[in-house]
Design a protein. Sequence first.
Length: 112
Amino acid sequence: MIRVINIKEGNPNCDYALFLVDEEIKYSRAVGNRAVVIIHGYGSHGKGGLIKDAVHNYLPTLKKKHIISDYVFGEQWGDTNESKINMCRICPELILQENLQTLNSGVSVILI
């Protein structure tokens, strides 16, 4: 099962957006979700926003601390990405997730 969370909604600051990520990971683990798709946006004019940058810096830390199993940034969600292939093997619902039909720099995927 996957869960989608929009952390850019309401234009929160970066600290609150990362708090939402943490809470979603805890919730998803508790209810048995295997993956979380985070909608963080890509910033104005495609340059990358503060929330996107914060998430991109935060997810490697969560993986290193073994809080999450893996992650893939939307712009890396290609057919040859080994992490993506593994995620889809573990959680096949990701294959049909509408936010992941193309490379999308406004999302990131977490494997719990």
